[in-house]
Ligand binder design. Structure first.
Ligand code: ATP
Ligand code: MG
Length: 325
């Protein structure tokens, strides 16, 4: 039986937060350690250019992301970890896809609507065509699955639409990939729990935050609700407790919640402790990795070399099919 192929990526727009971890990175780590799967995971730096950025910070964030993947247990020996822009074939394929993607498909994307509201003074063409580049990132490796969080499912659907359009026009080339999500979940912002936690949104709880910082951010977490409605902030904190808390604390706070005796300050303190403990080893490993930039560069270079072989094959096939070669 052929091995399955799975791809995934995260934008280096800032440090990775616990939503990125639970929704995406945790699954990337599991896949990278599965020798029944061929996988390609990238730091999607070209996508970072669609929202406001500082060149110096971008460079730091790229290495930070690589250290984050590895410190979380990503296995670069069994998987390919690389920086998207190191494989120019992604952008090349994106241009070709741009020319077969109907504008209307892009305008209806939820993330485009959200992000163009958020960055109303910088609605650039890249923000609109972001999902086309994402379709190229995915399809260039002809995968069966795309490992994403729930908020990216619509973009994966678009990559299927693009694959279908290309295949119909130029002959069968791309498989239609499925989303590969073990458990769909969405971590909400601590300060506005009606929105998802984002690297570029309100202050997020980062994976490498020091214990004091975790406690400070959780202390500020909004738990208020409208009369007669469940508190979305409380739900979010309880959800996090379920993932990071000990069995005993989950039992204790679930009972308190069910009997209407939940004390928010107590829940926040316990959760802060649990999250600090959960990421203690990760924090140490990440510091160590950041002190070895040569090692990080070597891992990313090896990953890029292997990925480029596949990407080059696909782009050559595409160029032949559309008459460029
Ligand atoms: P940005 O603000 O730059 O878009 P982001 O936090 O949305 O940052 P992305 O790089 O867009 O992060 O997404 C990386 C992965 O993390 C995707 O698979 C996405 O679905 C997942 N993800 C992002 N935010 C959350 C969240 N709050 N809960 C669960 N998964 C998430
Ligand atoms: Mg995002």
């Amino acid at each position: 039986m052929n091995k399955q192929t799975v791809v995934g990526g995260i934008r280096p727009t800032n440090k990775l937060h616990i939503g990125n971890y639970l929704g995406a990175l945790k699954q990337f780590v599991a896949i990278s350690n599965d020798n029944q799967i061929t996988s390609y995971f990238f730091i999607v730096d070209l996508h970072s250019l669609t929202t406001p950025f500082e060149p110096k910070e971008l460079k730091t964030n790229i290495l930070d992301a690589a250290a984050t993947y590895l410190a979380a247990g990503f296995n670069p020996k069994n998987s390919n970890l690389f920086i998207q822009s190191h494989i120019p074939e992604h952008a090349e394929l994106a241009w070709i896809f741009n020319c077969i993607t109907p504008l209307g498909e892009l305008e209806r994307m939820t993330q485009f609507k959200e992000k163009s509201q958020q960055h109303a003074t910088n609605i650039n063409a890249g923000l609109l065509s972001y999902p086309v580049l994402m379709a190229a990132d995915i399809l260039i490796y002809k995968p069966n699955g795309v490992s994403v969080g729930e908020d990216q499912v619509q973009h994966v659907e678009l990559s299927r639409v693009i694959a279908r359009k290309f295949n119909n026009k130029f002959g069968n080339t791309f498989p239609e990939p499925q989303t590969y999500i073990r458990k769909p979940l969405r971590i909400m912002s601590l300060t506005d729990p009606t929105k998802k936690m984002s690297k570029t949104g309100d202050e997020a709880l980062n994976m490498d935050d020091e214990p004091k910082e975790i406690a400070r951010k959780l202390k500020k977490a909004v738990t208020a609700s409208e009369p007669g409605k469940k508190s979305p902030g409380e739900e979010n904190l309880m959800f996090l407790l379920n993932h990071f808390g000990s069995e005993e604390s989950v039992r204790h706070f679930t009972e308190a919640q069910n009997s209407g005796k939940l004390k928010y300050f107590e829940l926040k303190e316990t959760l802060a402790q649990n999250i600090s403990d959960y990421f203690a080893e990760f924090r140490e490993k990440k510091k160590e990795l950041l002190s070895k930039p040569d090692y990080l560069a070597q891992v990313l270079g090896d990953g890029a070399r292997k990925a480029r072989e596949t990407a080059h094959k696909t782009i050559t096939e595409v160029k032949q099919k559309i008459g460029l070669l």
